[in-house]
Design a protein around this ligand. Structure first.
Ligand SMILES: CC(C)(COP(=O)(O)OP(=O)(O)OC[C@H]1O[C@@H](n2cnc3c(N)ncnc32)[C@H](O)[C@@H]1OP(=O)(O)O)[C@@H](O)C(=O)NCCC(=O)NCCS
Length: 208
């Protein structure tokens, strides 16, 4: 468990966490997830999901949660996916979501993740800004992706292999200053052009 300005983070431990995770997610995300969706992620990838607490986890309710998965994508890349992220309204803008995302990224790196993707509503400025501050880029716009009819942005983070993945010692090799071949294997993501969001419906329609 790690702490940061009296916020504690721990991995999902089992079904007893489920009601509070569901409460945190259902109060904040527009998409209506059923319990089976939560179990799909939490039972298969419990080590990728984290909860944030304001004090001793045994004596308080969680104030933030992240739920993820990780699998091979089309036999091509080891892909992490952030399915849900929510921080209690009273605890926002204190770095809690950033810390939760970093915890999950670190756990995915343990399993050799190469890219991490997620979707968020096209006008969720808090989420877009959070993920972009962590290095994610907007890869695609997905038309009417959500049940509420809103478009989504697909965001992606390319994860270069960590130094510890490189077993060969290249310190005496003059070519060691070149990018490692495994780094070059990272998919060549290109950010899409984004028209800034406007609350003015006419601006938005004319801008598309
Ligand atoms: C999005 C959300 C998870 C952010 O949680 P948070 O703990 O407040 O985020 P952090 O404090 O870690 O913010 C990190 C960065 O994100 C950006 N950010 C966060 N909230 C923001 C807001 N309301 N407006 C603009 N940028 C924001 C900022 O760049 C911030 O860095 P800064 O504090 O140095 O400016 C939270 O607002 C939330 O739960 N929203 C509802 C659920 C949701 O939208 N989930 C994401 C779905 S993909």
């Amino acid at each position: 468990m790690s702490s940061n300005s009296q916020i504690f983070y721990r991995q999902y431990t089992g079904e007893s966490d489920l009601p509070r995770i569901m409460a945190l997610v259902q109060s904040e995300l527009s998409e209506p997830y059923v319990i089976y969706t939560f179990r799909y992620f939490l039972h298969q990838w419990p080590h990728l999901s984290f909860l944030a607490y304001p004090s001793d986890p045994d004596n308080s309710d969680p104030i933030g949660v992240i739920v993820c998965k990780q699998s091979m994508h089309r036999n091509r890349s080891n892909r992490g996916y952030i399915a849900m992220l929510s921080v209690d309204k009273n605890w926002r803008k204190r770095g809690i979501a950033s810390a939760l995302v970093r915890n999950s990224i670190d756990a995915m790196k343990e399993d050799g993740v190469e890219e991490i993707v997620l979707e968020t509503e096209f006008d969720n400025l808090a989420a877009l800004s959070l993920y972009e501050s962590l290095g994610f880029i907007r890869e695609k716009r997905l038309y009417r992706f959500y049940l509420n009819g809103k478009d989504a942005f697909r965001l992606v983070l390319a994860v270069p292999p960590s130094d510890s993945d490189d077993s060969s010692d290249t310190s005496s090799d003059p070519s060691s200053s070149l990018p490692r071949s495994s780094t070059l294997r990272c998919p060549p993501y290109r950010a899409i052009n984004v028209i800034p969001y406007s609350d003015d419906e006419d601006d938005y329609i004319s801008g598309r």
